[in-house]
Ligand binder design. Structure first.
Ligand code: SAM
Ligand code: SF4
Ligand code: SF4
Length: 352
């Protein structure tokens, strides 16, 4: 180890080739999942990351500390399904103790949340987002091909009891599947005090059945919600780099729309992703990334890791979703053979 240490105060983030600061990191802790959502894992079989390649919590915590020293202040734990990873509270406690990380969040499908919410909160987790696409039990089974909606509901109950505030619901809207539920889902969020974020169906790796016809554009969602709830107002968020645009209903309810497919927001994107085996991807659509595990396991110092990360970020010019807009006759991003050749291209491996 050298004298390199993460700074206790927030450092000035490294900027990429388009001036976008390295600000937020999604940390996938597993590529395994207990659901098979049709927009994410529609296939019958998958190529999994080898177990010995998965970073230990010490390795993950160390990498996050180096990222923190370069400007990352927001960390979201994801997967696969992160609650499948054993002793996740240990990682949460370690990341929660890092003074550079001011926003520590987790995204989960909620199935195992009822038993984990309390310990995660005690370990220092700040916020939780639960993915929920339908309020109908049979539809849930059909679309996620497993799990029980009742368990997700129990998980949502546990959020408040554990003391989590500001929890969100992620809803991927797929035409002909759940677009008839955007109003009930927003009502549900309103009653439960959960901010709903409607996400346009994206043609990311893993979405091998994606078709433009299945996307419900932001403008259509807003029109339909406006018809039911009355006129909405955009929430002004100067300087905000979050992907969700937020809106207020006449009664004050706030909801968000992530228009990654029809109106992408690459120009302000400071997000990158670390897979469970240490592959660092600087765009959700990137074909390949930097294998940070290799550097860690070959004995790189913190300073050397920081140099590798900073140099790669300075060279970043990715605008994946914007570039996809220009593709004629757009279909799925990858054919199955290409996905199977490198599982890092899967959404459930790189984290949502
Ligand atoms: N398993 C956890 C969950 O579902 O919340 C965390 C990982 S999941 C990959 C993270 C997010 O990605 C989820 O909110 C999911 O709905 C979203 N997602 C997956 N595939 C998507 C797609 N094709 N288009 C849009 N969002 C997608
Ligand atoms: Fe569904 Fe999340 Fe699992 Fe993907 S990783 S199949 S979105 S629960
Ligand atoms: Fe950021 Fe890439 Fe997503 Fe654009 S496509 S918002 S650059 S992660």
């Amino acid at each position: 180890m050298t004298g390199y240490m993460a700074q206790p105060s927030t450092p000035t983030p490294v900027a990429d080739a388009l001036g976008r600061p390295l600000q937020s990191l999604r940390v996938s802790v597993t590529d395994r999942c207990n659901l098979r959502c049709r927009y994410c894992m529609p296939e019958e079989e998958y190529v999994w990351l080898p177990r010995q390649s998965i970073l230990s919590y010490e390795e993950t915590e160390r990498l996050v500390r180096v990222f923190g020293g370069l400007g990352v202040a927001k960390v979201r734990i994801t997967g696969g399904e992160p609650l499948l990873r054993r002793d996740l509270v240990e990682l949460v406690a370690a990341l929660g103790a890092n003074p550079s990380i001011t926003d520590l969040a987790l995204t989960t499908n909620g199935l195992l949340l009822s038993r984990h919410a309390g310990p995660l909160r005690e370990a220092g987790l700040g916020r939780i987002t639960v993915s929920l696409d339908t309020l109908r039990p049979e539809r849930f089974q059909e679309f996620a091909r497993g799990g029980r909606l009742a368990d997700v509901m129990a998980g949502l109950d546990a959020l408040g009891e554990a003391g989590f505030a500001g929890s969100k619901l992620n809803v991927v809207v797929v035409r002909g599947f759940n677009d008839d539920e955007i109003v009930p889902l927003l009502e549900f969020g309103r009653v439960r005090g959960l901010e709903v974020r409607f996400i346009e169906y994206m043609d990311v790796g893993g979405a091998t059945r994606w078709s433009p016809d299945d996307v419900v554009p932001r403008a259509e969602m807003l029109a339909r919600l406006g018809t039911h709830f009355g006129s909405w107002e955009p929430v002004p968020e100067p300087g905000d780099r979050a992907p969700a645009e937020r809106f207020t209903l006449p009664d004050g309810t706030v909801f968000g729309i992530v228009a990654s497919t029809t109106e992408p927001f690459c120009r302000t994107c400071g997000r990158s992703r670390l897979t469970a085996d240490g592959m660092w991807l600087r765009c959700l659509y990137a074909d390949a990334g930097t294998d940070l595990k290799k550097y860690v396991r070959e004995g790189a110092t913190d300073e050397e890791l920081a140099d590798v990360i900073a140099e790669a970020w300075r060279g970043r010019s990715d605008r994946g979703a914007e570039e996809r807009l220009a593709v004629p006759n757009r279909g799925p991003l990858y054919r199955l053979e290409r996905l199977r050749r490198d599982p890092h291209r899967e959404m459930h491996t790189r984290g949502g």
